[in-house]
Design a protein around this ligand. Structure first.
Ligand SMILES: [Zn+2]
Length: 278
């Protein structure tokens, strides 16, 4: 691998919330340490289809995950498989759907809650959570500090070349409270400060870091459909690559080939959209 990279996915954070409430991330942009662009999700702007688009670089109509009711092993090449083909070590600290999409399905909570599989053609080091029991009131999400710490631990212990972290905390807060309320103000600020505690250490370990979302949410806390509120989110990049002009709208299908290009891993033939970093 020519470089190492961590992809941080904060589920369901609309563009406006990134810009208003993530003062630590915005501070790094203002100081010249990070760059920011707007990215637009695939359709439908639902979590499962967007996770699969993030990692395969193709639309839901191609990878086949067309709703959150289609949780299955995705058969197309993805970021994990391409990094493994290049000899890199992969890790994931995410919702269990990522394990089902890219390693094996259905998810067996005892077998799959955590695994270390050095010879895997997909995820070498996985740490997952299912959010079983999630409903409108009980979010059933882990603390994000625990997730950030787990990813950092995997990087130290196993020398990850590529690691992904995904958390549903803010998506669940949005579904519960909407986005024009004190609860969401606080939740975003809390996430920003938790992330800021770990991000400098990842950079010091030599990782490029991308922080972004899978889709946005409307003010009422909905997503799945069209429109800037449901589809658009910010993408922050910490690294030495050159990117497009600030006002270029990025396509979610560009993310997989971008990550692979930065790592020096082969971009799969199925990934037709160009990397936005060089
Ligand atoms: Zn989502």
């Amino acid at each position: 691998m020519s470089r190492k990279l961590l992809l941080i996915i904060l589920d369901g954070v609309p563009y406006a919330n990134w810009r208003r409430y993530f003062g630590c991330l915005e501070g790094w942009v203002a100081h010249g340490d990070a760059r920011i662009w707007r990215m637009r999700s695939s359709l439908p702007s639902m979590s499962g289809p967007c996770y699969a688009s993030i990692h395969t670089g193709v639309a839901p109509q191609v990878h086949g995950v067309l709703s959150n009711a289609h949780i299955q092993r995705v058969t197309l090449p993805d970021v994990f498989s391409q990094v493994r083909a290049a000899g890199g070590v992969t890790g994931a600290v995410t919702h269990s759907w990522w394990s089902e999409f890219f390693n094996r399905a259905p998810f067996d909570p005892v077998r799959d809650i955590e695994y270390d599989e050095p010879d895997s053609a997909s995820i070498n080091h996985g740490r997952f959570h299912t959010m079983s029991g999630y409903d409108h009131i009980n979010q059933a999400t882990p603390s994000d500090v625990d997730l950030f710490a787990t990813l950092t631990s995997l990087c130290h212990r196993f020398g990850l070349d590529y690691g992904i972290l995904h958390t549903c905390t803010l998506d669940s807060m949005g579904h519960r409270f909407g986005h024009d309320c004190a609860e969401m103000d606080h939740a975003c600020a809390l996430m920003d400060t938790m992330l800021a505690k770990f991000l400098p250490a990842w950079r010091a370990m030599g990782y490029e870091v991308i922080v972004t979302a899978d889709h946005g949410q409307s003010l009422r806390g909905h997503h799945g459909g069209t429109g800037e509120d449901q589809q658009d989110f910010a993408l922050y990049y910490f690294g030495e690559g050159e990117g497009p002009a600030r006002d270029v709208l990025l396509d979610q299908r560009q993310l997989a080939p971008t990550v692979l290009s930065r790592l020096g891993a082969p971009v799969a033939d199925t990934m037709k959209h160009p990397s936005f970093l060089a």
